[in-house]
Write a protein that binds this ligand. Sequence first.
Ligand code: NAG
Ligand code: NAG
Ligand code: NAG
Ligand code: NAG
Ligand code: NAG
Ligand code: NAG
Ligand code: NAG
Ligand code: NAG
Length: 882
Amino acid sequence: MVCSATALWRALALSAAFTPTSLASVVVSPRDSVPPGFVAAPYYPAPHGGWLDSWKDAYSKAEALVSQMTLAEKTNVTSGIGIYMGPCVGNTGSAERVGFPRLCLQDSALGVASADNVTAFPAGITTGATFDKALIYARAVAIGKEFRGKGTNVYLGPTVGPLGRKPLGGRNWEGFGSDPVLQAKAGALTIKGVQEQGIIATIKHLIGNEQEMYRMYNPIMPGYSSNIDDRTLHEIYLWPFAEAVHQGVGAVMTAYNAVNGSACSQHSSLINGILKDELGFQGFVMSDWLSHIGGVDSALAGLDMNMPGDTNIPLFGFSLWQYELTRSVLNGSVPVDRLNDMVTRIAAAWYKLGQDKDHPRPNFSSNTRDKNGPLYPAALLSPSGQVNWFVNVQADHYLVARQVAQDAITLLKNNGSLLPLSSTQKLKVFGTGAQVNSDGPNACMNRACNKGTLGMGWGSGVADYPYLDDPISAIRKRVPSVEFSNSDSFPLFHPTPSPDDVAIVFITSDAGENSFTVEGNHGDRDSAKLAAWHNGDELVKKVAEKYSNVVVVVHTVGPLILEPWIDLPSVKAVLFAHLPGQEAGESLTNVLFGDVSPSGHLPYSITRKADDYPDSIANLRGFAFGQVQDTYSEGLYIDYRWLNKNKIKPRFAFGHGLSYTTFNFSSTIKSVTQLSLVPPARPPKGSTPAYSTAIPPASEAIWPAGFNRIWRYLYSWLSEKEANEAYEIGSTGSKKYAYPAGYANVQKPGPASGGGEGGNAALWDVAYELSVKVRNTGTRHAGKASVQAYVQFPEGISYDTPIVQLRDFEKTSELAPGAEENVTLKLTRKDLSVWDANLQNWVAPGVDGKRYTIWIGEAVDKLFTACYTDTGVCESGKTPPV
Ligand SMILES: *[C@@H]1O[C@H](CO)[C@@H](O)[C@H](O)[C@H]1NC(C)=O
Ligand SMILES: *[C@@H]1O[C@H](CO)[C@@H](O)[C@H](O)[C@H]1NC(C)=O
Ligand SMILES: *[C@@H]1O[C@H](CO)[C@@H](O)[C@H](O)[C@H]1NC(C)=O
Ligand SMILES: *[C@@H]1O[C@H](CO)[C@@H](O)[C@H](O)[C@H]1NC(C)=O
Ligand SMILES: *[C@@H]1O[C@H](CO)[C@@H](O)[C@H](O)[C@H]1NC(C)=O
Ligand SMILES: *[C@@H]1O[C@H](CO)[C@@H](O)[C@H](O)[C@H]1NC(C)=O
Ligand SMILES: *[C@@H]1O[C@H](CO)[C@@H](O)[C@H](O)[C@H]1NC(C)=O
Ligand SMILES: CC(=O)N[C@H]1CO[C@H](CO)[C@@H](O)[C@@H]1O
């Protein structure tokens, strides 16, 4: 098919527009406009991996393997072979001689990208809206099986950054919602499900990638700088990454943008300090695609793999690693122990996930849907062969995909119980969003258009639909007489409906990656803002003038302003179906016609006005000469944290979601672990692999005689002359590399806040357990209840904390009327702590008998019960603080 081939040719054409001289390193002074106080402090050296017991076996196997590798083999493994040079979106070099294969790294977080016969799962935001841990995990198991079935090694997901700070942000929909704990738990369960299938998961993007525009470094402009204070980083944006590391994630991807003025792909305090030392990350760190801007500097700052191998202007056959990394080691600039650590981390992740045993090789091509094609498309003149084997990996995964889509559907309003509908109902459907794009669901490259049913956003975070079960087809199965106006305008001549007729209006809002502009939106919703696309709000109003019973179904990447029509008396019901993926139809009709009660809950707040948020959140950062500055001046206060603090009533609060039935919750709390002010002292680091630190001989770096190179393919070898020259510098020290200020090469013991995967292991001690008995108190409908636990910190502590913060959630199974179920929620030491930037540790400020209140409810504005940590009592009927 044309999609990826077109992408390839576009990229080739793009590369031709640059002359090689423009490849000179980015000429910018990256820190000149960073606001005072924000610093990217040096943190060196890169911590060696292997010091944690949970990775010991993998590291000893990796050590045995890496000690057999030559210099050129080692550098080969750390780098991609070039964009469009292999079957996957990222392909590393190999060390076949010692049995280490090329690794296949593949998008996307919602299914195998650019491949046939796969499932297009619901997006992350939809998955988050289920608030259902078992379902989040089940989706991940299915995704992992598909990535394995296609022969990939690395799943480029889950996405937890962007976290959803800015409602207009383009890629929020790839993640799970605008709350760190929702992102953390959904991310960790996704990693668990995927990695149990032997696929390395990649938590991304580290960090502060909260808008799309101006994210990338290019020869004239650096990527924007997200300026984040230490406490906000720890308590909001880093929280899901810590949980991912705690879950044993194998890979981390850095973000395009900078943090505090330093590019994330070479940010020493971020990668070396926070990720590898404090969080104890043992896997490998890769760059986002084409964000590699410094060769030696990124290696020193802790990057382990560059993707897809090219410089940030691809397709010239140039890399800052591969042959350059070989040179940097020979000339002594990158210490040998750093390269050994890079390779060992990659090999250890490979062993940890069991990929040394019977792991399939890629049997599909991201570059073409044809059976045969070029083996190295970017080489232009490439040998051809079979590249697609059309392995069907879908199994029965449509079932879990449909379940997620269905259980995510969020009923915002249901006045007069218009829903569920009866199948004898006279129905009229409006809006192009009800029917699949007439050119086919995959007609637009990377889904970069908004035509027909919107099942996912656009960019690299997509998969091809095997089919799209659209809403109108599913509705027709229930109500064959349904009439459909496949237009986003209200028909000029429309017969007057009778008072009982029901109209369903489909509206959409799309967003995606900055590599494509759709209807004036540069990834972010910079043009459409928070209004429905295609005049959808106008359509709803017109329909509501004629019909007295209107249901609005919204397929959206995130929040919208619903004020133009939400209070109209005839707009009786509103369903957010989020981005359902391929199973958009039946999942919706199951809810519309009452086979199941809706049980989705909003993974973000819906405000009445866009500027209910402060400027730093409400607006995107626009063009600036030099570096665009995005300063997180709102600190911890995003989404409901901000609204609560500022007493702004949203239209629909975070967590809101109605059901056809009602539930009663009754809770008890019990203390499990007595907390201390700070966690107990961490254990010292264990030992790490020990290799020779001598610069290897130049002979390990030289092209094999008579090697037949593929044009523009990235190799790790040097000519004999180059290798000897570099070795001469390295062995004599005749030239010194200009190391960054603060550079050192003595391993550190690691900070007090570290010690285990994700941080000090004691942070995951369970402090309190809550048992919540949930009863379906309705008489007609079965339903699933969402139970959410929010912490309110003690009064009178010396830290300013958001009024309430989500800390755990559970969902019941489907409860028949009268039935009950007990769910258990847990609060850890970390859940009850704040990050003290002076102490550089987590502090539980309420240990001396102060009262934490744990609020149990089904949304941040529906908190039914207060449980007190000091007395162990739970009370219903208290007035919640928000
Ligand atoms: C960014 O700067 C702030 C303010 O100095 C500091 O608290 C924080 O630790 C810095 N973050 C990183 C990742 O360098
Ligand atoms: C690097 O990887 C490529 C691709 O697998 C392979 O052709 C080449 O021989 C490898 N180089 C070394 C030094 O093993
Ligand atoms: C494709 O993957 C399957 C496993 O799903 C494996 O059995 C097969 O060998 C692979 N095909 C190729 C050509 O590698
Ligand atoms: C070593 O090689 C790297 C890669 O080409 C280069 O950036 C660095 O400046 C060199 N170091 C010395 C001391 O020449
Ligand atoms: C619900 O409908 C009733 C009449 O059926 C009306 O009085 C009331 O204002 C409506 N409420 C909302 C929130 O639309
Ligand atoms: C649940 O039922 C109990 C006992 O009937 C009652 O006291 C309590 O207020 C109810 N709670 C909620 C949240 O409705
Ligand atoms: C739920 O827990 C309560 C109190 O611990 C117990 O009495 C009840 O039997 C449990 N209900 C179910 C359905 O397990
Ligand atoms: C079962 C199935 O969907 N098979 C498809 C796999 O992909 C090839 C090529 O796109 C199709 O022809 C098959 O129908």
